[in-house]
Structure formats: C-alpha cells, structure tokens
Design a binder for this molecule. Structure first.
Ligand SMILES: [Zn+2]
Length: 439
C-alpha cells in the first residue's frame, strides 16, 4: 500500500491563501451588499475539521460569519493564546488592476489579489500551521484559540465585536492575542532588516458636529447662521496641529531604529527623527500625536434658505488614553453652539514590548532571518485587536513576512495590485511555527 506523504505547510500556505482570495469577501459596510464571508467561513471550518479540530461558525447577521476553534495545548493552566485573522476584504475595482483582484493569479513570484496582505496571507499561515501540527501530532505548549472574523474592514461590529459581546466563552482563559498589522520586515537605510511588531493602536473617534441656528431667508440680514458657525468650527479643527506626545511604544521604536541606524534621535523633536526614516515615516508619522481631519459636510437644501442646522464629520484618531483630552480640545476649538455626537468611539490600546511572548517573537525572527531584529510600533489605523483589548487581552500584531527591500509594502494595504511574495508566505509559516512552538 502506497503511503501518501503529508502536504508540506510551505506548499499549503500558498494554496490556501489562493483559495481564500478566490472567495470574494468584499465588505461594503452594508449587510445588503457585503458578501462571501459565509463561504469563506465554511472553507476555513472545513480545513480545520479535516484534521480533527472542532470549529464552530458564528453568524451575527445572515451571511456575516466568523469561525472559532480551540486547539488544546500541553498545559491548559497557562492560559490560552488567541491567533486571529479577518476574512473580509475592502472592495477592489477590477479595471484598475493588472490581474483580476479575485483570480488569485501567481506571477513573478507573487500571489496577487485583494486580501493578499490584508489579511488572507495570515489566515492561510494559521491554517497551514495548525493543519501540519495536527497531522504530525505536534501539540502547542498551551491552548490556542483560532478565530477568523467577519467585518474587520467596517468596524468589526459583525465580527470581532459581536464575538466579544455575544460569545465571550470563546475567549475563556485567553491572555494574549496575535494578529495583524505587524511582523513584516522593513529594510533600514543601512540595509538592516527590522520586523515591526504592533504593540499599540490609536483610537478611532468619528465625531459628528452639529450647529443649530435660526432659519431664515437668504436675502435678509442674519446673525445666527448655522452654516457660518459650523464652518468656523470645522476650519479651526482642521487647522489645529496637536502637540507631540510620545508614548512608550513610539519612543522605543525611535530609540531602537536610531540605535540600529546611527541616525540621531532628538526626543525633543521626534518629527525630525521620523522624517529621516524614509518610507517608514509614513508608518509612524501619525503615531506621534492625536489627529482630527474634517471629512464630511452637510448643510442646506436651497440657495436662498438659511438652514436651521449644519453638520460635519471629523475623523479623529486618538493616542491610547488620550481620547478624552482630544474631545476637550475639539470642544474648545469648536466654540459655543456646536453639539458633539460620536459615530464611532473605540479607544486605542497599548501594551508593553516585553515578556515571554515578545521574547518568542524575537527568537523566531532571529532564527528565521539571522541578523534581523524585532522592534515595537504603534499602528495609526484600526484592527480587531481593539475589540479583544476590551477583554483585558494583551494584543500584538505579528504576521511574519520577509519582504524585498524595495517593496512599498504599506501601500499594498487596500491598494491596487495587492500582492504577497510566495517566499514571504513560506517564511511566515516557518516563523509562526518557531514562534507558536515557544509561545
Ligand atoms: Zn486587515
């Protein structure tokens, strides 16, 4: 009888990432048009069940599906590690791409497709890894909770937040979580490779401002105009530059990079230090301060009618622990007669870059890419981690990818011709294997 060899995880990771890209999971932010998450969840559940794990699918609304599964470890008393990835992707306009965004085409050593780096690559790494361990009888040092979520790209209400609020039992015993956005390599100006580990994330504070005034005819003298009041507030907010407030994560990032490159870092002027970092500047520039960008205006319905209300939306991103301070500043800038209402308010989080799990990341990277280093950083955008952090879980972004020095990786997120190097996927499974073995 012929014996069939087990598939190798470095082959499976490519195959699975490709399969997942081919399931169009476009999240439009609207339940009526968001699609594919149920099909992707079923695919993932099948891959887990096939090797003897017991996945469960959770639907928050018709078609909005997440999958969770526990992989029992050697020492359950140690608490569990949550490994998570989202299944949805942002929309892609096929006409703008050189290949079809959902064809999963492979060319020039890259797997192309929406979700290739955000984040079906990591979903595939997790699946390839646990399938290999189950097949070969390898047991993780402690319980792993695998979670593949819906709706990350539209605020997580139908995915991570739903799971945290409605199914807290899934997270029982979880002390730490590992997901996006981190673990990828960046090449410093002196050719040293650093792998950035996300240890902090800015908050998401979407504020709706409403001014009210006396309605009237546009031909009359008028001193209580809602549009005038609102636009003054919006202009004040848009022109305001928040002061630099260096958090422990950002300080550690700049100190580490400065030490590795020899580029001097003046703590009194971190903007200058960041500007010298080349492409990395975009990654960390917005993490030095709160930001508030006006993005929408809504007022009036007829040229000769002064409306009684006028509204604007401000996209604010607060440093961890600074959201109240941000609001107070905005109220001062807006002046009297403006009401504030949050469309979304998700505070940021920050954890320290230390402990056994952080050591395991550093060791995994050292072994997989000798000479490389791990450094912490703060993400200015948002991920599912904000939801998990509300349960007191320490969250990290660590989805290892070794990347070519000249690849503008951060531009690929939500970008045209999103793609991931096949070698990066294989590297990722290897690094995750080393990391989870020591977790
Ligand atoms: Zn993502």
């Amino acid at each position: 009888m012929a014996e069939t060899a087990n598939p190798r995880p470095e082959d499976e990771v490519v195959e699975i990432a490709r399969d997942l890209i081919r399931i169009d999971t476009t999240n439009t932010g609207d339940n009526a048009t968001a699609k594919g998450e149920r099909a992707a969840a079923e695919y993932v559940a099948e891959k887990l069940a096939e090797v003897g794990l017991e996945p469960k699918i959770y639907e928050s609304a018709p078609g909005r599906a997440s999958v969770a599964c526990r992989f029992p470890g050697a020492d359950p008393a140690r608490g569990a590690l949550l490994l998570h990835g989202h299944l949805d992707v942002v929309p892609a306009e096929a006409g703008e791409w050189t290949v079809h965004p959902f064809s999963g085409e492979i060319k020039d050593g890259y797997l192309f497709g929406r979700g290739a780096v955000d984040m079906k690559d990591f979903d595939a790494m997790l699946l390839a890894l646990v399938r290999d361990w189950k097949r070969t009888g390898k047991v993780p040092p402690r319980d792993l909770v695998l979670l593949f979520t819906a709706d990350e790209e539209a605020g997580s209400d139908y995915g991570a937040r739903f799971m945290v609020e409605q199914h807290p039992e899934v997270f029982e015993g979880v002390t730490e979580a590992v997901g996006e956005v981190g673990g990828f390599s960046m090449t410093l100006p002196n050719d040293l490779r650093v792998y950035v580990v996300q240890t902090a994330e800015k908050g998401l504070d979407w504020l709706r401002l409403r001014a009210t005034g006396r309605p009237g005819h546009g031909s009359m003298l008028h001193d209580d105009n809602a549009v005038t009041r609102l636009t003054r507030a919006v202009a004040n907010i848009g022109q305001h530059r928040f002061p630099v407030e260096m958090t422990p994560t950002v300080r550690q990032f700049l100190e580490s990079v400065s030490e590795l490159t020899g580029v001097e870092f003046d703590p009194e002027n971190p903007d200058e230090a960041v500007a010298k970092l080349g492409p990395i500047a975009r990654l960390v520039g917005a993490t030095l301060r709160n930001t508030a960008n006006p993005t929408r205006l809504d007022a009036g319905y007829k040229t000769n009618v002064i409306p009684s209300t006028a509204e604007a939306v401000i996209d604010c991103r607060s440093l961890p622990g600074r959201n109240d301070e941000l609001e107070a500043t905005l109220k001062e800038l807006a002046g009297a007669g403006i009401d504030f209402e949050y469309e979304i308010r998700q505070p940021g989080y920050e954890t320290s870059f230390d402990g056994a799990l952080v050591d395991a990341m550093a060791e995994a990277i050292r072994l997989a890419d000798p000479g490389a280093r791990t450094v912490p950083y703060m993400l200015s955008g948002g991920t599912d981690a904000k939801a998990f952090a509300t349960l007191g879980i320490r969250c990290f972004g660590f989805a290892p990818l070794k990347l070519p020095a000249d690849l503008d990786f951060t531009a690929l997120f939500h970008g045209i011709d999103e793609r991931v190097p096949l070698s990066g996927l294989r590297f990722g499974v290897d690094a995750m294997d080393r990391f989870v073995s020591k977790s």
